[in-house]
Design a protein around this ligand. Structure first.
Ligand SMILES: Nc1ncnc2c1ncn2[C@@H]1O[C@H](COP(=O)(O)OP(=O)(O)OP(=O)(O)O)[C@@H](O)[C@H]1O
Length: 251
């Protein structure tokens, strides 16, 4: 179980995330929505450890991880999609995924087991590369991939870590219409495993409606709605705070 208690961060006088208390159970997909600047990405950064909270706590399975660096949170099973800057641009797609698989496994000192591990690691990496539909780009340098394929690679690397909690921040942003279904299918498949906790920041309401078991709404850093997707979307607070604004912005 992932939980935040009164999670808060201030940048100067600005409170970007304001006392957000929320828990996320395994087997659920929670969409986090809200207008631009609402604090969604900042909330993610606080959970994954890219930012340190000014106040409040982050707990994973009851352990207070508020002051831990991102690497130890990852080690505990908190998985945030890789950023492009974390990839090795000159290594191939397969090599990048292989390194992520390797990071997850412990290599023994016995040479025979190292060899077996190497073969298994490579096989697992290939499986993941195929799963994200990058099989025909496996040997291409990561830097040569178009944007949509790079996002798929990020997801493959995240899956290689086998986290308990998956955090996706607008996973389909900037993708072509052909690439979007690949990512959504992967998220659906993770959801079908029923033991993963999935957090999804997403602006596309049709995606949210289809995938989410629950929606939380952030507005000015505060949690202003939380519940069943249909009810939350219909609630006045969302219509005014989010959808109303989104419509106004789109106009
Ligand atoms: N490092 C920072 N320093 C100062 N202000 C920041 C910093 N990071 C975020 N903010 C501010 O915090 C607020 C929340 O930003 P955040 O990016 O979390 O919003 P968001 O809901 O993810 O928006 P979007 O939907 O546009 O991605 C914004 O007002 C932003 O300008």
């Amino acid at each position: 179980m992932l939980e935040t208690r009164n999670l808060t961060i201030r940048f100067g006088g600005h409170v970007a995330v304001d006392h957000v208390s929320c828990s996320f159970a395994p087997g659920t997909l929670t969409a986090i929505v809200g207008p631009n600047g609402a604090g969604k990405t900042t909330y993610f950064n606080l959970v994954s450890g890219q930012l340190r909270a000014s106040e409040g706590q982050v707990l994973l399975d009851g352990v207070d991880i508020t002051t831990e660096p991102p690497s130890s949170r990852t080690h505990r099973g908190l998985g945030r999609a890789f950023q492009l800057t974390q990839l090795f641009p000159n290594l191939s797609v397969l090599e990048n995924v292989r390194l992520a698989v390797q990071a997850r496994r412990k290599e023994g000192l016995n040479l025979w087991s190292v060899w077996l591990d190497h073969r298994e690691t490579l096989a697992r990496a290939r499986e993941l590369v195929d799963r994200v539909k990058l099989g025909d780009r496996a040997d291409a340098p990561a830097s040569s991939l178009p944007h949509g394929d790079q996002r798929k690679l990020e997801v493959a690397m995240l899956m290689a870590l086998e986290p308990k909690v998956y955090m996706f921040d607008e996973p389909t942003a900037g993708m072509s219409v052909d690439d979007v279904p690949v990512i959504l299918d992967l998220i659906r498949a993770l959801k079908a495993e029923r033991d993963k906790t999935i957090l999804l920041v997403e602006h596309k309401m049709d995606v949210v409606r289809e995938l989410a078991d629950r929606i939380i709404v952030l507005h000015n850093g505060q949690l202003v709605a939380d519940g069943d997707p249909a009810e939350v979307i219909a609630s006045p607070v969302v219509q005014n705070a989010y959808l109303g604004l989104a419509v106004a912005e789109a106009a």
